[in-house]
Design a protein around this ligand. Structure first.
Ligand code: SAH
Ligand code: MG
Length: 222
């Protein structure tokens, strides 16, 4: 809970959005706001007990947008990441950042950055970090999910594993948000787009809203 500004108040949200913008990561401001708005709808429908899951947190930028929606609606956000970075974050790849390499192990470790972001945002009362491999967590998960944001590994295998692992956990009427959906191959990798196409063309999900590369879908009843 923040001090001075009430939960869900305009000032509190501005504080959170300013912080989200300042955190390292891969979420443009407008898409972050759209993510917040979509999660808030899910939270409101969940009547103060909604469950949000985020796959791929990095340093906590998207976590703060989702956490803002959780705080405003009484939802709980489970933020899943092994914090070792995706393939595309490793040394020599496009999205590498040497600042997040642990000098003692020479491995990426974004967990300290994520923790700092959540503490700075005072979101510990509604955000739970789950440190581990997404398919492993998905296989043991038993709770219907009202809002699932998938932004983990973007390669073919990890992206499909996230969709196949988490899609079935989304409650009928619940939402699936996919990031980095690029219809034009010149703009980015294929897997999130192919997953979006499969999710919508199979009839399992219908699109509710979109902003930039963010697509928000709703799960149809079985
Ligand atoms: N949503 C973030 C960006 C996420 S980057 C933002 O707003 O900035 C992708 C993240 O997915 C990385 O932090 C990486 O560690 C995580 N990731 C990749 N594969 C994973 C897996 N199998 N299990 C858990 N996390 C994974
Ligand atoms: Mg992304």
């Amino acid at each position: 809970m923040s001090t001075g500004t009430g939960t869900g108040s305009g000032a509190r949200l501005e504080e959170l959005f300013a912080l989200a913008r300042s955190v390292k990561g891969f979420m443009p401001d407008a898409e972050g706001f759209a993510l917040f708005e979509a999660a808030k709808r899910a939270g409101q429908q969940g009547g103060g007990a909604a469950v949000f899951v985020e796959i791929g947190a990095w340093c906590g930028k998207s976590t703060i947008y989702l956490g803002a929606a959780a705080e405003a609606t009484g939802a709980t956000l489970f933020s899943v990441d092994h914090h070792r970075g995706s393939e595309e974050n490793q040394q020599g790849w496009e999205h590498h950042d040497p600042e997040v390499v642990d000098p003692s192990t020479h491995r990426i470790d974004t967990l300290p950055f994520w923790r700092r972001s959540i503490a700075a945002a005072s979101l510990d009362s509604c955000v739970v970090g789950v440190v581990g491999d997404s398919p492993l967590v998905a296989a043991a998960w038993r709770t219907p999910v009202d809002f699932c944001f998938i932004d983990g590994g973007h390669g073919e295998d990890p992206a499909w594993a996230d969709y196949r692992g988490w899609g079935p956990h989304i409650a009928p009427g619940g939402r699936l948000a996919l990031h980095d959906v690029f219809p034009d191959p010149a703009d980015g990798g294929r897997p999130p787009y192919e997953i979006w196409r499969e999710a919508t063309s199979s009839g399992a999900f219908v699109e509710e809203s979109s902003c930039g590369s963010l697509r928000v879908l709703r799960r149809m009843s079985d």
